[in-house]
Structure formats: C-alpha cells, structure tokens
Design a protein around this ligand. Sequence first.
Ligand code: 13P
Length: 254
Amino acid sequence: MTKDRKLIIAGNWKMNKTVGEALDLVTGLKRELANVKELDLLVAPPFTALSEVSKAILDSNIRLGAQNMSEHNFGAHTGEICASMLKEFSVRYVILGHSERRQYQKEANDLIARKAQAAHAASLKPIVCIGELLEERNAGHTERVLETQLRGSLAGLTPEQIEETIVAYEPVWAIGTGVTAKTDQAQSAHAFVRQILASLAGEAVAKRVRIQYGGSVKGGNARELMSQPDVDGALVGGAALELRSFTEIVKNSI
Ligand code: 13P
C-alpha cells in the first residue's frame, strides 16, 4: 500500500503493566518487529514504566510516548508530570485529550490546547484525541462534535505546529467495546477532520497531518482500516497489551 503519509501505529497501554510486565512486552515487540521500517511504531506505557522501557528500546525502531502531561512547566502541581520530565526518558510523543480523560478527569478543549502548546514548546509531538459519543452520532451531530473538539484542542497552534501534531479519531462508542467503526464511517470522519485541518492551517499542511483511528482495532480489521485514503495509523488500546495481537496489527498494516 502506498500513501504519502507514513503510517503510525501506537499502543496506548492505559493503566496497565507493572515495570516487569512492560519490559516483557517491549522485549517481545523489539524481537518481533525489528525489521519494520515501513511505518512508525510507538508504545505509550504508564509513567511508572517510562524509565525502564526507554532503556529497553534504545537502538530500536520503537518510539516512546506518554499518556498525558501537565500544561505547566514546573511548580506546585501535586501529582502532575511536565514535558521536561518526559524528555528525560526520551519520550517523543504525548497522548492528549483521550476520551477517558475528557470523561473522567473532565478535560476540556481549552485545557487540551494549552497542553498541546506546552508539548510543542518542548518539541514533543502531541497525539490529540477527538471522538463523538454514541448519542451524538445517533443524533447526527458527529461532524459538529469533531469540529468543536478539533478547533478547540488545536487553538493557538501555528500551522507548523499543526503539521507536527497527530490527530487520533477515536469514536467513544468503539473504545473497548469490540465494536469497530465501519471503514466508511472511519474514512468519512477522517476526511472531515482533514477538511477542518485545511481550514485551520491550509491545504498543504492538512495533507501532511497524520490522522490515526482508534477504537477496537485488531489484527482482523487493521488492513481494511489502514487502506482507507485518510487513515494514517492506529491508536490501539486492548490489543496493544499482548505481543501477538499488537504484532498482528502492525504486520497487517504494512
Ligand atoms: P481499544 O483498542 O481497547 O478499543 O482502545 C482504543 C483506545 O482508547 C486507544 O487510545
């Protein structure tokens, strides 16, 4: 499959894996995926495993991501982690505005935008997540929701920064449910996202932004999803926790 944009397949491990379990998984991934050059590979372990996983993937084709970060650079913010702390472990990417954080930590678009600005200021690439609830889709509001989230979460970024941002379209009803978006639903949402990106940053930039799909991605549906013209990778939850299923997704995406 040829596409101008290089696919990026990322594992979002969420709140799973002790350090030992994380090392087991990443050691297996290094072995199984050592020859993969066609696409970018990324794992996002919990903060507590970043240090050891970072050492384990040195000199490999696997890059490191974090699952969240503070919008502040330092100071009295108990329990928070800032960009410079992530950079100590060679973290390159940071997932921002995941629907679980929007839902349970009440993260709003303006906060996500401030985090995205802080990430870029530190040369971390944000993976900005957007996606509609089932009720919103059923009410015909998907595009309105995606546009509001995207414009709000990318507010204040320059076109150059938008180009270095990854957008993850994760329909909330597909996350952890086993119900994957149909390929035409994914493609039409991604094409719409690219249209909004063009209005924010121009056509040329929009063409270069990678838009990942997330929500019950598995080995069995990866190939068809990745073959859609505007789908540029996957953000994988459950299936990223096992060596065999993540490896299968990667191999079927090439
Ligand atoms: P699942 O792959 O478990 O549906 O999770 C998707 C997700 O939320 C990735 O960020």
